[in-house]
Design a protein around this ligand. Sequence first.
Ligand code: ZN
Length: 294
Amino acid sequence: MADVKIIDVSPRDGLQNDSKLISTEEKVNLVKHLMEAGLSSVEVTSFVHPAKVPQMADASAVLEAVSEFNDLKAIALVPNLIGYERAKEHVLSEVNWVSSATETFNQKNIGLTIDENFSQFVRLVEQAKQDGIKTCFSIAVSFGCPYEGEVSEEQVLSLVKRVKEAGADRIGIADTIGIAVPQQVESLMKKVLEVAGETPVTIHLHDTRGLGSANAYAAYQAGVRIFETSVSGIGGCPFAPGAAGNLATEDLVYLFHRMNIDTGLDFGKLLDAADYAASLSSKNPLGRIRHVER
Ligand code: ZN
């Protein structure tokens, strides 16, 4: 058993904000590359309305194509119950539901209040349990919001408590705009883990200001063992001004391996996956390690 688990979100968070339309085949190839590196949990797509995020218009086709990969635990983002209905027509392990820690970001991102969105999530959990699909509740802008600025720990923790009570299978804490600093990460994540108890907690990091690895290490020190990253560091939220790429999976894996923390991943093949992801992206990916470690 690996010491930590990494969920790669590059086919979803990595590509969703790219202005160049990437083909279904290329997205499926990316998932294949990730699996070859040993990644089994991958967020493959998002069932967001195609008018809002055109890059994800082929969500059904992508999910259908990757259903052939036997060992893949496919995760799909669903922004609402309509998205869930579309997603569950395919083989998938888990759906990722997003809320924000702040009301303003939630309105801009989802068009609902936090309470309205949460009551939809409660219905999702009921439905997904019947369908045998796991649910993750991700809390965006947990460390700072582009509209409201500072986010208090209490704002995040009260939501974590409600999500746990609602029966989510996983709780995600996201630094959507890459504003967190290590001290803040360690402090919040310790408390989140305490409130979450048995419910697995993940941290989702962006490397906007170059602090992704430092924040991941702080989360590790706090006791977090599941990380959401994106190969080559592609990515960024279309609804978060100034949001740059995710923490690069291979940068985090390099850090862990150098510290003798087993990720269960093949570093060389991860670099191949990162190169492939970078070749799809029209942006300059943030990942560093693939340029120096070969
Ligand atoms: Zn993100």
